[in-house]
Design a protein around this ligand. Structure first.
Ligand SMILES: *Cc1c(COP(=O)(O)O)cnc(C)c1O
Length: 461
């Protein structure tokens, strides 16, 4: 399987090099040259299979790994999940279902992708006799998922920069309590943008980049999108696909998770609507409304993992909407960085609207949805999942089941949940001792050379 860049000027790569590269050299994102198709019968045959078997049948179509190797990596990736179904589906109401994606080791859906690429990276590096250094910035969920996925693995060192004092206590402890020597959480005296700027500067320092073998596992990595395609299939067949159509509502920030749903649709899964759900940082909702993609300041909300104005994976959707014209995408992205926005052409907007709808939830609506859903069903939603359920309810069609994605466990955001319903959600038993585990904190000034020397000193040689 070959991958091409959305900006049309980077080399065509196979799966493994695409995964190891992360971003394409022309600044674009890699997408499959053509998306594999599944027949009605092949999709019907997925019903009732274990999650790992469905994962194998989907992921194998995009990779070049031998069957036994890929099956082993998938088995390792999901063995640590706290639910045998991995991604269990619950019914909330007539025609409305909730896909619980928070049973992984760090209680957010990012574990589905990060656990698998942790396995894939370490296998590739072992085979190549090489080692890599992963550096990333996080506002909370991505960093904890990365540290958890790579802890103790061979051939990989991981350094995650987070803004000191600005992540939740659960998120911080998930990053600072793993004791393995190859993972490091770094508290930067600065905000999330400072962390991101430091990471970017390290990638632009080619000496440093080459000498430590720098790699990124942020949400633009194709392998992460791929891992997320799987649960669109498992949940859709559970409610009757491919014999009937299904719709999804996805709480969205970087457009990664919902883009995985779009790939599932391109493969032949009969998805009617893909509904983008945003909090008040609603650039994607505004774009789908009138085509104007314009950055506004980021406002902090109770669903912080969606407090984003630069939605990187949206570029992949634009690439298809513009008929896979890399030149057109290059021009849009230049306008975005020069002028803070662009207008989607009428034709491309119509193409996007064939697949995507959108909605947004205010802070009050999010809180009310947590309260009402708990009162009506007993289900406790995290604030991100509540944004999704609120928007899903507005897009219900009696003829088509709607699946809303629950992206994090409520115990990861206890303050917002407590404010909504009066009770503090408990951590699952398997991590009930999180508050007692010793923390390892590396606090570093917002200074590039300090950060780089910490990394050089701590990589295994
Ligand atoms: C990352 C994240 C999101 C947003 O996912 P995208 O792929 O960036 O759209 C939503 N909810 C939670 C809990 C997250 O961690």
């Amino acid at each position: 399987m070959n991958y091409i860049s959305t900006r049309g000027k980077a080399p065509v790569l196979g799966f493994e090099d695409t995964m190891l590269a992360g971003l394409a050299r022309d600044g674009g994102l890699y997408v499959p040259e053509s998306v594999p198709q599944m027949t009605h019968d092949e999709i019907a045959a997925l019903a009732g299979l274990p999650y790992e078997e469905v994962a194998y049948r989907i992921v194998a179509q995009f990779t070049d790994l031998p069957e036994d190797v890929l099956r082993g990596l998938i088995a390792n990736a999901y063995a640590g999940f706290g639910h045998d179904a991995r991604a269990p589906l619950k019914q909330l109401d007539s025609g409305l279902f909730l896909l619980e994606l928070f049973h992984g080791p760090t209680l957010a859906f990012k574990d589905f992708a990060m656990q698998l690429i942790g396995q894939m990276f370490t296998e590739a590096m072992g085979r190549r006799g090489d080692r890599i250094t992963i550096v990333g910035a996080t506002s909370g969920d991505t960093g904890s998922a990365a540290i958890e996925a790579f802890r103790g693995l061979d051939n990989v060192d991981v350094f995650i920069l987070y803004p000191h004092g600005r992540v939740s206590e659960v998120q911080r402890r998930q990053m600072t309590t793993p004791a393995e020597a190859n993972v490091h959480a770094i508290a930067i005296d600065g905000d999330f943008d400072d962390c991101q700027a430091a990471v970017k500067a390290m990638f632009n320092d080619f000496d440093f980049r080459d000498s430590v073998g720098l790699t990124a596992v942020n949400s633009i990595n194709w392998a992460r999108v791929l891992a997320q395609v799987v649960y669109f299939f498992t949940s859709a067949v559970a409610v009757g696909a491919p014999h009937r159509e299904v719709s999804f509502t996805v709480p969205t920030g970087n457009f990664g998770d919902i883009f995985a749903g779009y790939i599932a649709k391109c493969m032949g899964l009969p998805i009617d609507r893909l509904v983008v759900a945003t909090n008040r940082n609603d650039i994607l909702h505004r774009t789908l409304a009138d085509g104007a993609h314009r950055k506004d300041g980021v406002e902090p909300t109770i669903s912080p993992s969606m407090d984003i104005q630069v939605s990187s994976n949206f570029e992949r959707a634009l690439f298809d909407a513009y008929g896979r014209d890399g030149g057109a995408v290059r021009q849009l992205m230049a306008e975005l960085s020069d002028n803070g926005g662009f207008t989607v052409s009428q034709g491309a907007l119509e193409t996007l609207r064939e697949h995507f709808d959108s909605g947004r939830a205010s802070e009050e609506e999010t809180t009310a949805t947590i309260r009402d859903t708990h009162a009506r069903t007993g289900e406790i939603l995290c604030p991100h999942s509540a944004v999704g359920v609120k928007v899903a309810r507005e897009h219900l069609d009696p003829a088509v089941p709607m699946i809303a994605l629950a992206t994090a466990h409520p115990a990861k955001f206890p303050d917002a949940v407590e404010a909504a319903m009066g009770d503090r959600p408990a951590l699952p038993n398997r991590m009930a001792d999180l508050y007692d585990r010793p923390e390892r904190v590396n606090r570093i000034a917002n200074d590039l050379s300090d950060i780089q020397s910490f990394i050089r000193k701590n990589i295994a040689s």
